[in-house]
Ligand binder design. Structure first.
Ligand code: C5P
Length: 226
């Protein structure tokens, strides 16, 4: 059996709105509901652990009841950083899980096929990350001036899901000291020296960060439901 942890406990400070980005509506449903639906449709996902900030849990539990998901959805409380939120989700995952896939709640345009491919790769290799190519030229800066250019052929954007065998993810999340520097799960797994396979993903799998991203996500989701 496999578990999906969907983290949606961020405050979304860059989104600049009273409502956290994951609760904004797209096509009549909250962003996070679109995200859950994709995981609910995956054969290789058996349970979903949804991580919400403590103060949103009661409200959203009521909201969630309006939708009908086929899978059991456990709700866990988030923490001060994304890594703390993932750790809390992990503590609620079924101990029998083979693979655990972690996904940003703010990425509603992920496809069932991307999720399945990432989980299958992790089952085969131990660790897998959905990635997209870097199309811009990336500069290193020092203050306000450029000090170097990175070779974009060797760069990838880390998307989610990122999936791992349960024991690898548990080991990566064993030491809370390293949580502050971790902006994704791979960062902590890399520290263990574990090789992580890349899985090609679509650049449509955007993370809603700024208000304009809602417009893009709506455009892409319209095609999903067409
Ligand atoms: O902040 P960022 O955009 O990187 O967040 C990515 C995902 O992690 C979002 O879905 C957000 O809700 C979640 N998150 C969380 N707990 C935090 C911070 C972020 O679950 N403390």
């Amino acid at each position: 059996m496999n578990t999906a942890i969907i983290v949606a406990a961020g405050s979304g400070s860059r989104f600049n709105s009273d409502i956290p980005k994951q609760f904004h509506q797209i096509l009549g449903r909250p962003v996070i509901v679109h995200t859950i639906e994709r995981f609910d449709q995956c054969h290789s996902v058996d349970e979903i652990v949804l991580v919400l900030s403590e103060d949103q849990i009661e409200n959203f539990r009521t909201e969630l009841a309006r939708f009908h998901f086929s899978k059991n959805i456990k709700i866990a409380a988030g923490g001060p950083t994304r890594a703390h939120s993932v750790a809390n989700g992990l503590a609620n995952a079924d101990p029998e899980a083979e693979v655990v896939a972690v996904h940003d709640g703010a990425r509603p345009v992920v496809t069932v096929e991307e999720i399945e491919r990432t989980i299958n790769k992790a089952a085969e290799t131990g660790a897998a990350c959905l990635v997209a190519p870097v199309t811009d030229t990336i500069k290193q800066v020092d203050g306000d001036h450029i000090v170097g250019t990175l070779d974009r052929r060797s760069l990838r954007r880390a998307l989610t899901p990122q999936a791992f065998r349960l024991e690898i993810l548990r080991q990566a999340f064993a030491d809370e000291q390293s949580f502050d520097d971790a902006t994704d799960e791979c960062f902590l797994v890399e520290q263990l020296g574990v090789e992580i396979a890349t899985v090609p993903g679509s650049s449509r799998n955007i993370k809603i960060t700024f208000p304009d991203d809602l417009l893009l996500a709506e455009l892409f989701l319209k095609e999903v439901y067409r």
